[in-house]
Design a protein around this ligand. Structure first.
Ligand code: UDX
Ligand code: ADP
Length: 491
């Protein structure tokens, strides 16, 4: 149902209605979010701008820069109608009534807060650009995940550089979309969070943004609050989700040591409605651009606030995640007779989860790195991730010290059967559906013997694999395989 905004909301304090929206940053968040806004609000003109001309060109082409189910159809319907992608950042900003800042906020890799704090340089650059080119009042929405009180910094930058007659209201409106289900999450959100200044002007701006969302989101799902609560809620939500995964992953280690089955434990505890059954899938460790970054950000915030015990508590979520990746890699090495030097290992899946081509912080990066450090020849196959992207991740200075060595040891394959041929082991790192239905008999026949499968996602039919002849190892479970070799350290 469109049309709630037949009469756009008049913002008295800024003397305007929202007719044009500009989104700064055409990434994983800005692109899908603004495509859905344009789709659901045909009367609003939405322009997504980016400093990367290449990224804008991709958004204007037939091959979008990101893969997200349902996105292409929406972009095709709206592009040129009320959705535009442009590299002219200044014009986009100048013409807009409402600006959504959706730039990247990676973990800082230098200076104060290195390795933990969020790097706000792109947010600051956006705020400065807005102040520089704006000739009329605007609502500025912080969509990127930021530390608490970032909205205050944006407000300060805008106020310090304000032009006569121009006013700003800064809102926090964090995004909760998950990759792979972004369009569904945007169309049917659990909630929309809007935080604003506790003043009449702040209240009006919150109402105006709420009005935009009400084009498709039921009013009772739109939660309004003060800016800091909104900023912290985003960090808290991601920290709780990441903690849930680290909790089940910690349990998976106990399961392997005791003979319990992590899937059974997850099912048993998940039926308790207070715990809930989501985010209880044990895995090789969580990845993605958000969880690690946001938990580290929270840890840093707590340290800055002198909340040492709280910081240590949340740091443990990351520690368990690193432990899980390392533990799984060690198990591979131990099972392969304590050495993988010159052994060929196929890595199935490089994306941080299925249905996305995104590789940021993917567990596969770390598993491949640990195995290559031991001298293994790694052959990667992923149905969606391009070869260049895999090489880029594996030769990143944070991951490798010797690029040449990586190029020597790493091969990327476009076919799972080719990737597996002649290998000693197969490692499942991403839970792609297609991995479940591969012809494992054919794969087994093409591999060196004994042929190993390490299922880091608990997706395969283990009994079937054992019957074929594979030695199977999986997260959170000891498999009953009679006399098959079992390393001393994992019993
Ligand atoms: C996450 C949040 O879900 C989303 O609300 C927020 O806006 C951004 O961060 P995303 O990173 O896209 O979204 O993916 P998500 O589905 O949360 O998965 C993150 C990682 O956790 C993936 O590597 C996934 O494989 C892993 N995971 C997830 C598990 O290992 N077990 C689970 O039960 C769930
Ligand atoms: P996210 O996952 O948060 O969306 P991405 O890295 O996918 O992060 O996208 C962020 C986008 O923001 C990038 O395309 C980057 O070029 C863009 N960007 C960063 N700084 C600016 C800026 N000052 N002006 C316009 N675009 C910017």
């Amino acid at each position: 149902m469109n049309g709630y905004t037949e009469e756009p909301y008049y913002i008295r304090s800024l003397n305007m209605t929202i007719k044009k929206i500009c989104c700064i940053g055409a990434g994983y968040v800005g692109g899908p979010t603004c495509s859905v806004i344009a789709y659901k609000c045909p009367k609003i003109q939405v322009t997504v701008v980016d400093i990367s001309k290449e990224r804008i060109a991709q958004w204007n082409s037939d091959k979008l820069p990101i893969f997200e189910p349902g996105l292409e159809d929406i972009v095709k319907e709206c592009r040129g109608r009320n959705l535009y992608f442009s590299a002219d950042v200044d014009t986009g900003i100048r013409e807009a009534d409402l600006i959504i800042i959706s730039v990247n906020t990676p973990t800082k890799m230098y200076g104060l807060g290195k390795g933990r704090a969020a790097d706000l340089k792109y947010i600051e650059a956006s705020a400065r650009r807005i102040a520089e080119v704006s000739q009329k009042s605007k609502i500025v929405v912080e969509k990127s995940t930021v530390p608490v009180k970032a909205a205050e910094s944006i407000t300060n930058i805008l106020k310090a550089n304000v032009k006569p007659g121009v006013k700003y209201q800064v809102l926090s409106n964090p995004e909760f979309l998950a990759e792979g289900t972004a369009i569904n999450d945007l169309l049917y959100p659990d909630r929309v969070l809007i935080g604003g200044e506790q003043s009449l002007e702040g209240h009006e701006a919150v109402e105006a943004l709420s009005f935009v969302y009400q084009n498709w989101v039921p009013k009772e799902k739109i939660i309004t609050m003060n800016t800091w609560s909104s900023e912290l809620s985003k960090l808290a939500a991601n920290a709780f989700l990441a903690q849930k995964i680290s909790s089940i992953n910690a349990m998976s280690a106990v399961c392997e040591a005791t003979g319990a089955d992590v899937n059974e434990v997850a099912h048993a505890i998940g039926t308790d409605s207070r715990i809930g059954n989501k985010f209880l899938k044990a895995s090789v460790g969580f990845g993605g651009s958000c969880f690690q970054k946001d938990v580290l950000n929270l840890v840093y915030l707590c340290e800055c606030l002198n909340l040492h015990e709280v910081a240590v508590y949340w740091q443990q979520v990351i520690t368990i995640n690193e432990y899980q990746r390392r533990r799984f890699s060690n198990r591979i090495i131990e099972c392969l007779f304590n050495t993988v030097t010159n052994k060929k290992i196929a890595i199935f899946g490089f994306a941080f989860k299925k249905d996305t081509g995104d590789t940021r912080e993917s567990a596969a990066i770390y598993i491949s790195k640990y195995l290559m450090e031991e001298g293994a020849n790694v052959r990667v196959y992923d149905p969606k991730v391009e070869k260049d992207q895999i090489i880029l991740e594996m030769t990143h200075p944070n991951i490798c010290e010797d690029k040449e060595r990586v190029r020597e040891l790493l091969t990327v394959s476009e076919d799972p059967y080719v990737a597996a041929t002649g290998t000693h082991a197969l490692v499942i790192c991403t839970e792609w559906d297609e991995f479940v239905t591969l012809d494992y008999k054919k794969i087994y026949d093409s591999m060196l013997k004994p042929a190993f499968v390490f299922d880091g996602r608990l997706i395969l039919n283990h009994q079937e694999l054992i019957d074929i002849g594979f030695h199977v190892e999986t997260i959170g479970k000891r498999l009953n395989r009679g006399s098959v070799y079992r390393p001393a350290s994992s019993t």
